[in-house]
Design a protein around this ligand. Structure first.
Ligand code: SAH
Length: 353
């Protein structure tokens, strides 16, 4: 029998050593001791406050295309998914989204999409330079999947500052179960290294409760985060997408996601850690609970209304209500109820590399 006091000792040790053992991870993920879990969340929330004050950073998410040449087994917009109405935004539409976002107070724009060949380097660099020119004070984040190093370099030179590329799993065998044979674990890792070397602020991350995930693969994910020391980490529960090979798999757990957010905050205190849309999709207060467990970023959707429901990487993805960026003031209210302040700045990492 492990007592609450024992869990407190584990949590203190994790926070002090900024490391975790497989047994400690298993204990923190499996315990039913609600008092211990509360201690974990409070420790992580306090750590986020120590590093970033009570600020929560808002990023405006623009989903630029749901065309994708990849075939990730879990994803609702994978290449072989039938019945998806495919769209891509024009440069004008993307710039309109930024204009609206800027007016709403956003100072980071996140351009995310499937791997769509139409957005080649010339087109993408034009868009990035335009945004850079129009909003010199804003950060530009890209999340466009795997590209050659030269491509990342050109995008960086055009003015992009940050790149989100979830590693998906740090275990090569697990990676092979989530992706078709044509995709490579090593290549994904290489992309992350390239981005880091070029000078991007880098975000890695993974889904919680993805098929075949174990405590051991999660342990490896955490060790990868400790090694890479990324500026950002994106995690959210796996949510099955109908029509995909994993349509019948159970969704990941909100509670486990919250515990992992807290552990990541303790292992890597300066990380920028979003409370993701997937968390908000599975629980009406998922994002708020995420903030209270150590997250400090929210990413409301700035995409044109008509496209939001089409970027359906999983079923029932939130795309209206508090998820929509128009309700930025609403989000500010909800955050202030938690004692958090929606920061009107770029929200750069607290510690430069
Ligand atoms: N094409 C880009 C962006 C992918 S979408 C890229 O490859 O990076 C962003 C993230 O959504 C993915 O990295 C994946 O971790 C997550 N995702 C995809 N399908 C999901 C699902 N069914 N449930 C939860 N998250 C999912």
């Amino acid at each position: 029998m492990t007592s609450t006091l024992d869990y407190r000792t584990i949590i203190d040790a994790v926070a002090q050593r900024r490391n975790i053992s497989p047994n400690q991870l298993a204990a923190l993920l499996s315990t039913n001791d609600t008092e211990a879990v509360k201690i974990l969340f409070e420790a992580a929330h306090a750590e986020a406050n120590r590093v970033y004050g009570n600020k929560v950073f808002m990023r405006g998410l623009i989903e630029i295309s749901n065309h994708c040449k990849k075939d990730c087994l879990y994803c609702g917009i994978r290449r072989s998914q039938v019945g998806v109405r495919r769209y891509r935004l024009t440069s004008e539409e993307i710039l309109d989204c930024c204009e609206q976002g800027y007016a709403l107070g956003f100072r980071t724009f996140v351009l995310q999409g499937g791997e769509d060949g139409w957005f080649d380097d010339d087109r993408m660099c034009d868009i990035v330079s335009e945004i850079r020119r129009a909003y010199p004070s804003c950060a530009i984040t890209l999340s466009l999947g795997e590209r050659p190093r030269e491509s990342y370099q050109r995008l960086f030179d055009a003015g992009a500052n940050r790149y989100l590329l979830r590693h998906e799993t740090a275990d090569p065998q697990h990676y092979a179960l989530l992706h078709p044979a044509e995709m490579s674990f090593d290549h994904r890792q290489q992309c992350l290294r390239d981005l880091w070397e070029i000078g991007f602020q880098v975000g890695c991350g993974f889904m919680v409760g993805s098929p075949f995930q174990t405590v051991q693969t999660l342990y490896e994910d955490l060790q990868l985060i400790r090694r890479l020391r990324p500026e950002m980490v994106g995690i959210g529960p796996f949510i099955p997408a109908s029509g995909t090979p994993f349509a019948e798999c159970p969704a990941g757990s909100v509670d486990t996601t919250l515990r992992l957010l807290a552990i990541i905050r303790l292992l890597h205190p300066v990380v920028l850690l979003p409370a993701t849309t997937a968390l908000g999709t599975l629980h009406p207060e998922g994002r708020e609970l995420g903030i209270l467990a150590g997250a400090n970023v929210v990413m409301p959707n700035l995409s044109p209304r008509s496209c939001r429901s089409l970027y359906s990487i999983y079923d029932n993805k939130l795309s209206s209500g508090s998820e929509a960026a128009e309700t930025a003031s609403d989000i500010r209210c909800r955050l202030s109820e938690l004692g958090a302040d929606a920061a009107p700045d770029r929200g750069d990492p607290a510690l430069a590399r």
